[in-house]
Design a protein around this ligand. Structure first.
Ligand code: ADP
Ligand code: MG
Length: 267
């Protein structure tokens, strides 16, 4: 699902990533941990096409993203990646429903289709009655769940999260973490999560420790399991539907209609 090979990255004279090789399988929930300044966010941003490495290649969902440019890159990011940040980054003037719809509208889906899918997600997350609320009227936990719904709306291959529970209290934190595992167990959703949270990193399938720009430790799954997951990947190199059929059918229909020219950068 994600293959990083020899990733290096410097900011000026500071070499932040010093040769990262990493393979992440479909359906894995992976945490990236390490001291502040270790390069975790930089690595996640490179996986997410938000930054580019100085050397190395990044293959995500069968596409070498380090070769994509401008419009194709923005399109890939919009359709195949979902992002969750520490601070929800919802737009304050829009309702929960409208915020969730934004990536779908950027992808060229019509408002009705986007809203129907957003409502399905809100229902799934137990937030249907909050659809018309603006972020200021939602609790911290609700805002993060809306942010997860926004990340899910285009059926991404991977959700990338940077300290997603970093600003939540204990109860909301536990609920958000449970949601990640529910999405993985039910729909095979892949997650890469940068976190300081010990509890979360212990729950994840795999924890990658980064220090001084290199991977110090990676408790990867048993090889047999990896092979099975790799085989699953090989069978579905262009699997655009990792969400449940009822949620993904519409999006698949839409992606089949070819919206390429209308897709703009979400930035
Ligand atoms: P982490 O997420 O592990 O705390 P980061 O990846 O955010 O670490 O940052 C790693 C190092 O790179 C830090 O020393 C940080 O100050 C530096 N850094 C990150 N982004 C930039 C940037 N855009 N320009 C200059 N330095 C940066
Ligand atoms: Mg960081």
């Amino acid at each position: 699902m994600i293959q990083l090979t020899n990733i290096t990255k410097s900011f000026g004279t500071l070499q932040v990533l010093k040769g990262i090789d990493l393979h992440i399988n479909k359906g894995e929930v992976v945490s990236i941990v390490g001291p502040s300044g270790a390069g975790k966010t930089t690595l996640l941003q490179i996986m997410g096409t938000l930054d580019t490495p100085d050397t190395g290649t990044v293959i995500v969902d069968g596409i070498e993203i380090t070769k994509l440019k401008d419009k194709k890159l923005a399109q890939f990011r919009n359709l195949r990646l979902g992002f969750v940040f520490q601070f929800h980054q919802l737009l304050p003037e829009f309702t929960a429903l409208e915020n969730i719809c934004i990536p779908a509208l950027i992808a060229g889906k019509n408002k009705k289709q986007a809203e129907a899918r957003a409502m399905e997600l809100l229902n799934f997350l137990g937030l249907a009655e909050r659809a018309k609320h603006k972020p200021a009227e939602l609790s911290g936990g609700e805002k993060q769940r809306v942010a997860v719904a926004r990340a899910l709306i285009n059926n991404p291959a991977i959700i990338l999260a940077d300290e997603p529970s970093g600003s939540l209290d204990t109860k909301n934190k536990a609920e958000l973490h449970q949601l990640f595992f529910d999405l993985r167990d039910k729909f095979g959703q892949t997650f890469v999560i940068v976190t300081h949270d010990e509890e979360l990193s212990q729950l994840t399938d795999r924890t990658i420790h980064i220090k001084d720009g290199i991977i110090q430790y990676d408790n990867a799954q048993p090889a047999a399991n990896n092979e099975q997951l790799s085989a699953d990947n090989a069978q579905q190199p262009t699997d655009y539907g990792q969400q449940p059929a009822d949620l993904s059918q519409q999006a698949e229909k839409n992606s089949a209609t070819g919206q390429e020219e209308s897709i703009e950068s979400p930035a």
